[in-house]
Design a protein around this ligand. Structure first.
Ligand code: T4K
Length: 377
């Protein structure tokens, strides 16, 4: 299935200001300034300076005691370096959902492994460990990457059971799950990209209770150096600088207010869209958990038409995960099982405009435009 194309919002003339699909808002300069001053005083700009160490410690407090946090240049790198640190057989098959962002599959290939795409549960949009176990055994897969669908929390207890029963390593891709992830008995990766709820621009982190795994990932992010100029293993440079940590610290300071603002926007949107029963939100979205995007389910096979009609009305949308990874040319050589749920989701889900400061006028215009766009259904 061809990937649904979305024309740039600016390319279509509108009376009112176009509504962008995302409008990230990172900490303002004055909130970051005290941390920038600390950098000036210390004259330390990267390589695990005081701000980064403190930032990691603060992130670790969101997890169980004893959890190690390793920050990295971005979540794609964090996934790839963690897979490498797991010392898996070269070229081994890693089971991943096709229904995810392409970064998950790119990370597998960057680690010298092969993605094998499987389907997700049509309700949760996430892989079901019970359904995956026989596939993993049949393929002799060397690892599995459950993905937190746009930030929703998978059944981590069931995935721990899966790992214990099969002996196959599990790495959780929680790129959008900063709000929901607080347990790292399975290694988890979170993105700190500007478009995420807690953003620093570019960044990510691994959280894990496996100290040895954390140590190896850290080593891989610093050229393999450990106390000498000898490089101990194949590695790279994937560190976060003090400047990124400065933004991160300011973002953590503001997190309680940020979370409330996303909750409020979500509640306003959900209330407004009660007039559109064909529009369904993910379970718990904007109530039990928050994330920076709003991906809804629409009538089957309607998403592309609705996207086009919304564009004509000056409303930006996004197929955040396109038609699924299996449909990307980059992964044409990768194997996959039957993907009916992925194909159905690609045709019926759409990223609507969402931000922590959506105003009532934007929500009203979006609701009206969506009503018009769905008139045929
Ligand atoms: N795993 C999963 C499941 C993921 O979803 C992601 C990332 C990853 C792994 C990898 O994480 P990172 O390596 O990125 O840390 C965005 C994000 O770049 C990406 O982080 C995210 N998922 C993906 C789903 O979406 P793009 O390329 O679609 O974003 P872009 O640049 O088109 O921006 C989206 C909207 O936000 C546009 O309307 C423009 C607006 N925007 C964007 C930025 C960056 C702004 O207004 N200001 C900004 O600064 O990937």
């Amino acid at each position: 299935m061809a990937l649904p194309q979305t024309l740039p919002l600016e390319s279509v003339p509108h009376e009112a200001a176009p509504i962008a699909v995302a409008r990230p808002r990172l900490p303002p300069a004055e909130a970051i300034l005290p941390y920038l001053r600390r950098i000036d005083e210390a004259r330390w700009y990267s390589n695990f300076g005081p701000l980064l160490v403190e930032f990691e410690q603060r992130l670790a407090t969101r997890f169980r005691p004893g959890t190690k946090v390793v920050t990295l240049a971005n979540a794609t790198q964090a996934l790839a370096l963690t897979l490498r640190a797991m010392d898996l057989p070269a070229g081994g098959l890693v089971v991943v959902p096709s229904w995810t962002f392409v970064a998950t599959a790119h990370a597998v290939m960057a680690a010298g492994l092969q993605p094998w795409f499987v389907d997700v549960d049509p309700q949760t949009w996430m892989m079901d460990p019970h359904a995956i176990a026989p596939v993993v055994r049949r393929l002799g897969a060397v690892a599995v990457i459950p993905v937190c669908a746009f930030g929703a929390l998978p059944d981590l207890a069931a995935w721990r059971q899966f790992r214990d029963d099969t002996g196959v390593p599990v790495l959780v891709d929680g790129a959008a799950a900063f709000d929901t992830l607080s347990d790292a008995r399975l290694p988890v990766v979170v993105s700190l990209h500007a478009t995420k709820v807690l953003g620093v621009g570019e960044g990510g982190y691994l959280a894990t209770e496996d100290e040895a795994l954390a140590r190896t990932v850290r080593l891989q992010s610093v050229y393999g150096f450990q106390g000498s100029r000898e490089s101990r293993m194949p590695a790279t440079n994937s560190k976060l600088s003090e400047y990124a940590a400065a933004v991160g610290m300011a973002a953590l300071d503001a997190w309680p207010a940020t979370r409330l603002r996303f909750l409020r926007s979500a509640q306003h949107l959900k209330i407004a869209l009660t007039t559109q029963p064909q529009v369904k939100f993910q379970d718990g979205w904007g109530a039990d958990w928050i994330t920076s995007v709003c991906t809804v389910t629409l009538p089957p096979e309607s998403a592309e038409t609705v996207a086009r009609r919304l564009l004509d009305a000056g409303v930006g949308t996004r197929f955040w995960w396109g038609g699924g990874c299996h449909s990307s040319p980059a992964f044409a050589s990768c194997g996959h099982g039957p993907l009916p749920a992925t194909t159905a989701l690609a045709g019926s889900t759409l990223g609507l405009p969402f931000s922590m400061d959506m105003d009532v006028d934007e929500i009203a215009r979006l609701t009206a435009a969506l009503g018009d766009a769905l008139a045929d259904w």
